[in-house]
Design a binder for this molecule. Structure first.
Ligand code: NAP
Length: 308
């Protein structure tokens, strides 16, 4: 398939880029990726997206966003990009639905949840261990669960789980939360949420038959070990950018985030990037959307300068 503009990713950055590019008559093709709609589809109520004073559910917001982009001529391909060749134009994107050739490319592949790196975490992933409370929380209705992390994501997971589970323990490696004041306050005043400070998960303990029965913690100050009995463990310790596809082809920082200059241009002219794949500081839907808009405008102007 030959298109003027291809957009990889269908979260806030990708779909906003698509909306603007479609209105700019570029008839963009969005390759939706592994998680159509992006990270907001795994969240519940989005309370800080401007224009929604009563909040809006994440999946509903993204569905509306896709329809908005499609209304102006965006095509959304339900596919995963498997390989890219950015060495010559048109750029080639191999997908599991066939190759796409494009004159300009916007990368909005976002970021994915980090894991603790314990072998037991892989063993029990989806069988007691999860990175998404809204996806898996219901499996632990009226049971006891723990959340690892001290940021907004961890607080959000804990607050969500507190509505379903009997007891939620937040395990944090320091004695102070990184989360915003409002989220921290909500979690700390919730009677179903308790905190294990200065603690790291050393091992996830399994049941003999299936699932998990608890975690072994090691205190980060004294080294003392203890066990907490839980039926579910939710890991919310930040994210890493989805940039494996571009290694060796685009400039990245030490953490693997794409480097951009002149607005949203990557190290390859004609390839732009926006959202969490670039930004590890703000990482909000509204900032990703803003960058998506910038990338579409940058791509449009760049194509114009090439006489296309
Ligand atoms: P984050 O702010 O980077 O927090 C990650 C947390 O995980 C930190 O508390 C960190 O501990 C801990 N951590 C990192 N690696 C760890 C490891 N290996 N073992 C144990 N703990 C580890 O990430 P986030 O919570 O995902 O939030 C990311 C961004 O999204 C933020 O800008 C946040 O404001 C935003 N966000 C906003 C909302 C909302 O407003 N409703 C909801 C979700 C996310 P340290 O504190 O010790 O570093």
């Amino acid at each position: 398939m030959d298109v003027k503009l291809c957009i990889l990713g269908s979260g806030p950055a990708g779909l906003t880029a698509a909306l603007y590019a479609a209105r700019g008559n570029l008839a963009p093709l969005v390759v939706a990726g592994a998680q159509p709609g992006g990270q907001l589809t795994t969240t519940t109520m989005v309370e800080n997206y401007p224009g929604f004073p009563d909040g809006i559910m994440g999946p509903e917001l993204m569905e509306t966003w896709r329809k908005h982009a499609e209304r102006f001529g965006t095509r959304v391909l339900s596919a995963m990009a498997t390989r890219v060749d950015l060495a010559r134009r048109p750029f080639t994107i191999e997908t599991d639905e066939g190759p796409v050739r494009c004159r300009a490319l916007i990368i909005a592949t976002g970021a994915s949840p980090n894991l603790l790196g314990l072998p037991s975490e892989q063993r029990y992933m989806g069988r007691g261990v999860s990175t998404c409370a809204t996806c898996d929380g219901y499996f632990f209705k009226d049971q006891e669960v723990a959340v690892v992390g001290g940021g907004d994501s961890a607080m959000e997971e804990a607050l969500y789980l507190s509505k379903l589970s009997r007891k939620v323990t937040v395990i944090h490696r320091r004695d102070r939360l990184r989360a915003s004041k409002i989220m921290a306050e909500r979690a700390q005043t919730n009677p179903r949420i308790t905190f294990q400070w200065n603690s790291a998960v050393e091992e996830i303990l399994g049941k003999e038959d299936h699932g998990i029965r608890g975690v072994r913690l090691k205190r980060t100050d004294s080294g003392e070990r203890s066990e907490v009995n839980v039926d579910g463990l939710f890991i919310a310790i930040g994210h890493s950018p989805n940039t494996a596809l571009f290694k060796g082809q685009l400039a990245m920082d030490a953490l693997g985030y794409l480097k951009v200059t002149e607005g949203t241009m990557t190290s390859v002219p004609g390839v732009f990037a926006a959202g969490d794949v670039v930004d590890h500081v703000y990482r909000q839907a509204v900032t990703a959307a803003g960058m998506g808009c910038m990338a579409a405008m940058d791509a449009e102007r760049w194509l114009e300068r090439q006489g296309e």
